[in-house]
Design a protein around this ligand. Structure first.
Ligand code: S3P
Length: 436
């Protein structure tokens, strides 16, 4: 059985809502809480399947974790040297973040481990972490083709590297910083473009020194993480669907309370503002070292743009939603420099181009992006290819389509946004879910 979203056309989005906790920060609060000395209390945690996979992995390595209960989690840290050998494979489900971050951490342990994932994760590239970890002296191997499972065996010691990342990836950066906690010497990672910096911010929140200088971040072993209390804000990547939905539909006004607006994550606001969106940030504040705001979004006529390539890594998870906005804009939108989208939970360039075309949008795919001709969305059937963000993005297209939109393979929405359907319905989307 698999979930199908049926969207009946029309409606507008109204109300004051909260979206679930930030996925990136939720993973990291479990990881650093487990490695800290003392008890970490987390609130606002995303209780999605991806984060539950991370929690299960640490439990399997002997960490006592209470919850999650209404976004609250209590992690009894075991210290950097306190993890125990898991008695079974660690199943990371759909989560590239969990697999890549844990691979760095596990290379520093004195026990073997094996990381596995679901069908989508089992097709995603892991050489991007395996190559630099191997340079650090780790023993880590992939399946043929550089994909999971990852087999990790202990080595007598890791050594620091000075690594220039070939792609803008916060997962690779974070993986190497986790390995660096166990490596002799100072590890430095240089990124080709700014990527989300939650790992750096959270390490500092746990009192671990991290040195950042422009595009370069460095870390040395020899310190310990001190348990702390973490408050996870709402996920801007989940807010993205409501931001786009309210922008494209008539007479909408939605207020999304308590959203993380770290500047390494707000590319969607830059892109949509350039397209003419009406988005206001209110009550800007800093919570637990992360910028947070309330967002007020109202309907606005959008126009097509050539998306600035420098904004791509800052909006990397939001392109399914942004491309739906582009389909509703006047004129053409061009996305380029976004080849990383091909190695997400699905090939988001191919799957979005296909899906948009299936609902009557004029698109042409390029190797590193696509061109979208804005116009009227017809409606029809779309296959999300099990990609949570693609399913939710197409759901919002139903606000302005001529006919119903039917979206297949939507179970994985639960990885990042378990209550999407009821929240979207409560603020005006005509959505029903059927099991087929
Ligand atoms: C993430 C980094 C991004 C993003 C993913 C979460 C993270 O991946 O797409 O959803 O938490 O570090 P890349 O760093 O591989 O681009």
């Amino acid at each position: 059985m698999s979930k199908r979203f049926n969207i009946h056309p029309g409606g507008s989005l109204k109300g004051v809502i909260r979206v679930p906790g930030d996925k990136s920060m939720s993973h990291r609060s479990v990881i650093f809480g487990a490695l800290a000395e003392g008890i970490t209390h987390v609130s606002g945690l995303l209780e999605g399947e991806d984060v539950l996979a991370t929690i299960a992995a640490f439990r399997a390595m002997g960490v006592n974790i209470e919850g999650p209960d209404d976004g609250r989690l209590v992690v009894h840290g075991v210290g950097l040297k306190g993890l125990q050998k898991p008695q079974h494979d660690l199943d990371m489900g759909n989560s590239g973040t969990a697999m890549r971050l844990l691979s760095g951490l596990l290379c520093g342990q004195n026990f073997s481990s094996r990381l596995v994932g679901d069908k989508s994760l089992s097709e995603r590239p892991m050489r991007r972490v395996v190559d630099p970890l191997t340079e650090m002296g780790a023993k880590i191997s992939t399946a043929v083709g550089g994909t999971p499972p990852l087999q990790i065996d202990p080595v007598s010691g890791l050594h620091a590297i000075d690594y220039k990342m070939p792609m803008a990836s916060a997962q690779v950066k974070s993986c190497l910083l986790l390995a660096a906690l166990y490596a002799q010497g100072k590890t430095c990672v240089t990124e080709p473009a700014p990527t989300r910096d939650h790992t750096e911010r959270m390490l500092r929140g746990f009192d671990y020194p991290v040195y950042s200088d422009g595009d370069r971040v460095c870390l040395e072993p020899g310190f310990h993480l001190a348990a702390t209390d973490m408050t996870v804000p709402g996920d801007i990547s989940s807010a993205a669907f409501f931001i786009v939905g309210a922008s494209i539909s008539k007479a909408s006004r939605i207020e999304i309370i308590n959203v993380g607006v770290n500047p390494t994550r707000t590319g969607i606001l830059l892109v949509l503002n350039q397209m003419g969106a009406d988005i206001e940030l209110k009550n800007e504040r800093v919570i637990g070292g992360e910028p947070v705001a309330d967002l007020v979004v109202q309907s606005a006529p959008l126009h097509g743009i050539h998306i600035d390539e420098r904004h791509v890594p800052l909006a990397i998870d939001e392109f399914p939603a942004i491309l739906v906005a582009a389909a509703c804009a006047t004129g053409e939108t061009v996305l380029s420099g976004a080849e990383e989208l091909r190695v997400k939970e699905s090939d988001r360039i191919a799957v979005m181009a296909r899906g948009l075309s299936d609902i009557g949008v004029d698109v042409s795919e390029t190797s590193d992006g696509m061109r979208v001709q804005g116009g009227q969305i017809r409606g029809g059937a779309v296959d999300s290819h099990g990609d949570h963000r693609i399913a939710m993005a197409f759901a919002m297209a139903g606000l302005v389509s001529d006919a119903d939109i039917q979206i297949d393979d939507c179970d994985n929405v639960a990885t990042s946004f378990p209550d999407f359907h009821s929240l979207a319905k409560s603020c005006g989307l005509h959505i029903t879910v059927t099991d087929i």
